[in-house]
Design a protein around this ligand. Structure first.
Ligand code: PLP
Length: 376
């Protein structure tokens, strides 16, 4: 049977159509200059995004993963060091720690937000802890106030993984500007998406910013004179040009996502009987930007298959926590170690939430979910 409607998880073509001329003009401008790496386009984007976020320094890099890696390299992490990360996130959060030679120390998550559990962080601190990486998962702030106090008390750095959280705030302040570093991704599915890979590091401290800029270009402040071993973490000028166009629309897109979240709340609230689906909670003082609208559902895998069969895109972020990944088997945390993360992996499902989604589509998503749970 043909589905009645197609509702993709994300529709980048719908976002692109009204800005096509501006994007093509910006890309053409870069191609006409033949200046493809860093340069004035990247400088201009850095200034504009720093102003948007209220960050002291914003440094364009090659991806969100590289943003995390270069921040960790700027702290000179290495063998013998420990970095506390939630066991439930996108792989890069923990993978980058291992790449520096340091050891990721995994902690469980808070069941309400799926962000790291600050009490678990407290228990995981040791004299070897050098940094903590809170992830603002799905676009809502981690519990930063007690976390920053804990970090300060123990003299450890805070690297915010804000890859999913551009424009989200805590008590009015942008995520990514609260810790020592903020790491953003412009992967196309993020709220501010490039035309390929790109990322950003925000830094509050001037000396650390100098170090990140140097590490971005193989540790050289002067070309061919290398003070540190860095990498190629450079941002492409075409990406900066596209991001400059899209940054002007980001606030409106964010508001549309938030409106869509409210619409889902109203639509689910009107179901009788109610569906056994828990909606995401927006905590006081934390402006959620809904990079993902993630519900917790009974019989999740069945619901996922049912939605897909009826034309509704949905995805599991994430099906396997870090401690159950083969590459982290040596961390010695077998199944059962982090029950909240394991429960989240079994229950979470992301529904379409992109800005251009319309009410009829959302109604169809909710009706399709209701039909799955309806007694036969
Ligand atoms: C997307 C993402 C990253 C990595 O960003 P890339 O640009 O894909 O390298 C890191 N952490 C989180 C939480 C992400 O969602």
């Amino acid at each position: 049977m043909q589905p009645l409607m197609q509702v993709p998880l994300l529709d980048l073509a719908a976002q692109y159509a009204p800005i096509r001329d501006a994007v093509v003009e910006a890309v053409t401008r870069v191609i006409d200059t033949q200046q493809f790496i860093l340069g004035s386009e990247v400088n201009a984007f850095e200034a504009e995004v720093a102003a948007y976020l209220g960050a002291r320094h914003a440094i364009g890099v090659s991806s969100g993963t590289d943003a995390l890696l270069v921040a960790m390299m700027a702290l000179e992490l290495g063998p013998g060091d420990e970095v506390i990360v939630p066991t439930y996130s996108f792989f890069a959060t923990a993978g980058c720690v291992t790449r520096t030679g340091a050891r990721p120390v995994l902690v469980d998550i808070d069941p309400v937000t799926c962000n790291l559990d600050v009490q678990a962080v407290r228990r995981a601190l040791t004299p070897r802890t050098r940094a903590i990486v809170p992830v603002h998962l799905y676009g809502q702030a981690a519990d930063m106030t007690p976390l920053l106090a804990l970090a300060r008390e123990h003299g450890v750095s805070v690297i915010e993984d804000a890859a999913q959280a551009i424009g989200a705030t805590l008590d009015g302040r942008s995520l990514g500007t609260l810790g020592d570093f903020g790491c953003f991704s412009f992967y196309p599915s993020k709220n501010l998406g490039a035309a390929g890979d790109a990322g950003l590091v925000t830094v509050q401290d001037d000396a650390l910013a100098v170090r990140v800029r140097m590490l971005r270009v193989h540790g050289a402040q002067r070309t061919y004179h290398h003070e540190k071993v860095g990498g190629n973490f450079r941002m492409a000028a075409i990406q900066a040009a596209v991001l400059r166009v899209k940054l002007r629309h980001l606030e409106a897109w964010t508001q549309a996502r938030r409106r869509n979240a409210d619409r889902y709340r109203a639509l689910f609230a009107s179901l009788t009987p109610a569906a056994p689906v828990q909606l995401p909670v927006e905590l006081p003082g934390r402006r959620h930007i809904y990079n993902q609208f993630v519900v917790r559902a009974a019989r999740r895998d069945g619901l996922r298959d049912h939605l897909r069969a009826h034309g509704v895109g949905c995805e599991i972020y994430y099906p396997v926590p870090f401690h159950l990944q083969p590459c982290f088997g040596d961390l010695g945390a077998p199944a059962g170690t982090f029950p909240e993360a394991e429960r989240a992996a079994a229950e979470t499902l992301a529904l379409p939430i992109y800005s251009e989604l319309n009410e009829a589509q959302q109604q169809y998503v909710v009706e399709t979910i209701a039909a799955f749970y309806a007694p036969a």
